[in-house]
Design a protein around this ligand. Structure first.
Ligand code: HPA
Length: 278
């Protein structure tokens, strides 16, 4: 039988973090592929490489710095993950989402997730920011779900509701920020797939038929665990490439990282604006 993590593992990491900083963050931010530059803006920062936190899974992907940064953004104490862990690296779904459990044990109320994503919606272009309005956890729907195993009763129910995975009030705040900063904000449904291969044209047409707007290899598991524990979630996809529905172009990780350079200033403006209004 698979061995499952328990709340004790999350508490041990939370304790290790507290020995490095006495900050009490209310908001956590997870920075996706090519987006980790945003952490440079954190003030009075204490940066902890994931490798210095026993039990914290380490990311092995280029473009993922692999540090936890605690400090202030717009006067808000924040917990910033500069790089995340992916299922395709070989970790279990529970390991991938352990950082969200650590946040919950540290008293964080709001999680802002970001990711790099491919546009399935033909109206989207690389460099666009998409407000995530809902998600499809396809691996979760077919048996690879981080909440499989004994329920963490201290944190949430066996069968958590997912009717409003992305908080409506936070979405309204994001729209107001975009309007004020004159950022054109796309909106849509994000699907998380295991990866690591990019999608075939037939898979992309399948996703389009499902009503997907953007596709990536993360986020949906973190959001399921966040909602289980009652954490409010706001999500942004940075569109790094157009989905290649007819097979005429290639998709590469370099392209994803390159788009991050255009996306970071926009996402920074969005996140700063939201933090100011919390
Ligand atoms: N597909 C899956 N994941 C991605 C993509 C994509 O096209 N772009 C960035 N992450």
């Amino acid at each position: 039988m698979t061995s499952f993590l328990t709340v004790r593992e999350a508490d041990a990491i939370a304790k290790a973090i507290r020995t490095r900083s006495d900050l009490q963050p209310r908001v956590a931010i997870i920075l996706g592929s090519g987006l980790s530059g945003l952490a440079e803006a954190v003030q009075n920062a204490v940066a902890i490489p994931y490798g210095e936190l026993p039990g914290w899974p380490r990311s092995t992907v280029e473009g993922h710095a692999g540090r936890l940064v605690l400090g202030y953004l717009e006067g808000q104490p924040v917990f910033v993950m500069q790089g995340r862990i992916h299922y395709y690296e070989g970790y279990t779904m529970q390991q991938v989402t352990l950082p969200v459990r650590v946040m919950q044990r540290m008293g964080i109320e709001t999680l802002i997730v970001t990711n790099a994503a491919g546009a399935v919606n033909p109206d989207f272009a690389p460099g666009d920011v998409m407000l995530i309005t809902d998600q499809i956890n396809l691996p979760g729907m077919t048996g690879a779900h981080p909440l499989i195993g004994p329920n963490w009763d201290e944190l949430g129910p066996r069968f958590p509701d997912m009717s409003q995975a992305y908080d409506r009030q936070l979405q309204a705040t994001a729209r107001a920020v975009a309007a004020e900063a004159d950022i054109s904000l796309q909106e849509g449904v994000y699907i998380g797939l295991s990866g690591p291969s990019f999608e075939t044209p037939a898979e992309l047409r399948f996703l389009r038929a499902l009503g997907v707007d953007a596709v990536g290899m993360s986020t949906v598991w973190e959001v399921a665990v966040a909602r289980h524990g009652g954490t409010r979630v706001l999500g942004f996809s940075g569109i790094s490439n157009k989905a290649n529905l007819d097979g005429s172009t290639l998709t590469t990780h370099e392209e994803v990282l390159e788009a991050g350079k255009i996306l970071v200033p926009k996402l920074e403006a969005m996140i700063r604006g939201v933090l100011r209004r919390l």
